[in-house]
Design a protein around this ligand. Structure first.
Ligand code: FUB
Length: 323
């Protein structure tokens, strides 16, 4: 089994979204910087200003930094905070989806387009209509349809929305109520717009009941990812304040999904975030921790480790503290 490997030393990187394009691994991380902003529950200390794209020909090989792919100063509607992005490829064009606060300090999801996986990406003039919150992940199903999963609590502002509408005063549900879910939406053919109203990503427990808001060890918080394994849809996510990466399995991209277990136990640092990708016949978990910065939550470093399934398709839990 390969050892966990930090991928980049010359800058801080987090939230790695990874895809295989043209036979290579392309990594789309957040670019963490020292902002000097004190840490708080709204994530103001995550004040990122650009994205770099990285690529690798082999999992143990050299990591190429392709430089700045998109800068906040080039986004017409920008306020602040470029958080976790993802990239999708359709008909030879690459679409970078990113969360960013607009000029009124509300998170929206933007899209920027390039002819190359490494950019430069040219942003659209406005955020995607109907978008809100953070952490877009774009999944291409085998029939060629693209789905975006998104949402994140607290600093990610998901608690301010119900039924895709902003509510007067953001709050979490009561303990006995269903937990706030991630959202899923099919994208339009042009990849620039939602093709429908976003739907809730429902996670059920072993009895078929929806996970409750009080179930902090298992409920969704942020960092959605979708992958397919042996014909099943694996929805994975961070539990936020309990610092786990968990997963739930379903039969189609919309769910419902049944909770299955923990992929990664807590790492050093408050956030945990990931992507899962198959490359050259093996499965890998890309994620981050704050070990290289001495535990600073807002200065994270991305890494990769091999991920395995058992014969029933369960993901074998990886120990996040095992450095
Ligand atoms: O990187 C900023 C935020 O921290 C991400 O959007 C969250 O998922 C968490 O990793």
């Amino acid at each position: 089994m390969m050892k966990k490997r930090y991928l980049v030393e010359h800058m801080y990187t987090a939230d790695p979204a990874v895809h295989v394009f043209n036979g290579k691994l392309f990594i789309y991380p957040s670019h963490d910087v020292e902002s000097g902003i004190p840490e708080n529950d709204l994530g103001d200390h995550f004040d990122m200003r650009d994205y770099h794209v990285f690529s690798m020909e082999d999992i143990e090989g050299e990591v190429t930094d392709h430089g700045v792919a998109l800068d906040v100063k080039d986004i017409p509607w920008a306020g602040r905070q470029l958080w976790d992005s993802d990239c999708a490829c359709k008909n030879g064009k690459y679409y970078l989806y990113f969360p960013l606060k607009d000029k009124t300090d509300i998170f929206r999801i933007g899209v920027a387009v390039s002819d190359k996986p490494e950019g430069l990406f040219v942003p659209q003039d406005a955020p995607m209509k109907g978008s809100y919150s953070i952490d877009p992940c774009v999944f291409e199903d085998e029939d060629g349809a693209f789905y975006m999963y998104f949402g994140g609590l607290w600093g990610g502002q998901l608690q301010r929305y119900r039924n895709n509408k902003a509510i007067e005063c953001g709050h979490e549900p009561k303990d006995y109520e269903p937990a706030l879910p991630s959202r899923v939406v099919k994208l339009n053919d042009n990849m620039l717009e939602f093709g429908e109203e976003p739907k809730e990503v429902v996670i059920l427990d072993e009895n078929g009941d929806v996970l409750k808001a009080s179930d902090h060890d298992r409920r969704f918080f942020e960092a959605s990812w979708m992958h397919k394994y042996q014909g099943k849809y694996y929805f994975s996510y961070s539990t936020g304040n309990t610092h786990r990466l968990c997963y739930a399995v379903g039969d189609n991209p919309y769910g419902p999904f049944t909770y299955r277990g923990v992929i990664l136990t807590p790492v050093v640092g408050w956030t945990t975030h990931h992507s899962i990708v198959e490359f050259k016949g093996k499965w890998y978990l890309f994620h981050h921790d704050s070990v290289p910065s001495g535990g600073k939550t807002w200065l994270r470093s991305m890494k990769v480790v091999e991920m395995k399934y058992d014969e029933s398709g369960n993901i074998i839990t990886i120990d996040g503290s095992d450095e």
